[in-house]
Design a protein around this ligand. Structure first.
Ligand code: NAD
Length: 286
């Protein structure tokens, strides 16, 4: 696999596209119109600055990577010679199904299709491409150059050779490929993370402890790098609010607290420099 196409140049799509280019792959990044492509280009430029700051030895390579990403709003052009298409479009079933149906009709016979969805089971998307045996989920974590895992989750219909080729691609990106044997909502990471975050939300809404105490006990007590509220600040409080507002009564109480104390004041977490905690500013706000 050498030619990679990324669909959607938002938060995750820009990171996947930029990182693949940084690792010497030829990348095409697609978004729906010229304005979205321009926003994607700005994200890629910020990522290049971020790599110079953060990734040891990145220097000139970080700037060169920008030249290896071709940006387009023409879907047929975007997938014309793709070995691997990675979809990072909004988390809506209808959008992803429609996109894969169009891409499935346009891409070459050898193309492999991957979705970066966080919550939609890949089996709900696999038929859209018309080639379910060449379809699977490849799920990256936010800030992927730092949190370099890639969860690889096929469906009952994924060809084992396709699965293996995607595991190899993830390794070539410098990710630790995490192989998941059966379809599982939330993959491994979110299966572990969501219960922790729910428990943290309850400790706060029940007024048992402040975010800093909860984070201290988790970090110091387990040796983890971040506590649950620090994780929420990284994920972004808009997403945290969205997830909590779809939960049970306790979770909805947590969602209200996030809105009133943080979102309504424009504090969205690391991206704006403040959430449950206050952060120093760097090019991406991290
Ligand atoms: P985002 O909203 O930042 O980006 C989505 C991008 O898709 C935007 O640039 C948008 O213009 C574009 N888009 C809209 N309609 C499209 C279409 N029809 N075809 C192609 N592109 C289209 O979202 P995000 O946070 O980058 O999430 C993208 C995917 O990655 C989701 O499936 C999400 O679950 C997954 N994901 C997100 C995170 C995260 O932390 N943000 C982590 C892992 C996985």
């Amino acid at each position: 696999m050498s030619r990679i196409t990324v669909l959607g140049i938002g938060v995750l799509g820009s990171q996947i596209a930029y990182h693949a280019a940084y690792k010497d792959f030829d990348v095409v990044a697609y978004d729906i119109d010229d304005a979205a492509v321009d926003r994607g280009r700005a994200r890629l430029e910020l990522l290049s600055e971020q790599y110079v700051h953060e990734v040891e030895g990145a220097g000139a390579g970080a700037r060169k990577a920008l030249g290896r990403v071709a940006l387009t709003s023409d879907l047929a052009d975007a997938v014309a010679s793709a070995d691997l298409v990675i979809e990072a479009a909004p988390e809506q079933l209808a959008i992803k199904r429609d996109l894969f149906a169009r891409v499935g009709a346009m891409a070459p016979a050898h193309t492999v299709f991957a979705t970066n969805t966080s919550t939609i089971p890949p089996s709900a998307l696999m038929k859209s491409t018309g080639r379910p045996e060449r379809f699977l989920a490849l799920h990256f974590a936010n800030l992927l150059w730092r949190h370099n895992i890639a969860e690889v989750m096929g469906t009952a219909e994924t060809d084992p050779d396709v699965y293996t080729s995607v595991v190899r691609f993830a390794s070539a990106l410098g990710m630790v490929p995490v192989e998941i044997k059966k379809e599982k909502p939330g993959y491994l990471l979110n299966s572990l993370l969501i219960p922790l975050i729910k428990a943290a939300g309850e400790l706060l809404t029940d007024e048992i402890a402040d975010p800093s105490a909860v984070d201290d006990v988790w970090r110091i007590g387990t040796g983890a790098s971040y506590g649950p509220f620090e994780m929420l600040d990284i994920i972004g409080l808009t997403t945290a609010h969205h997830i909590a507002s779809h939960g049970d009564a306790k979770q909805r109480e947590f969602a209200r607290l996030i809105k009133e104390r943080y979102l309504d004041k424009g504090n969205l977490g690391v991206a704006t420099g403040e959430g449950f905690h206050v952060y120093p500013r760097t090019p991406l706000g991290t």
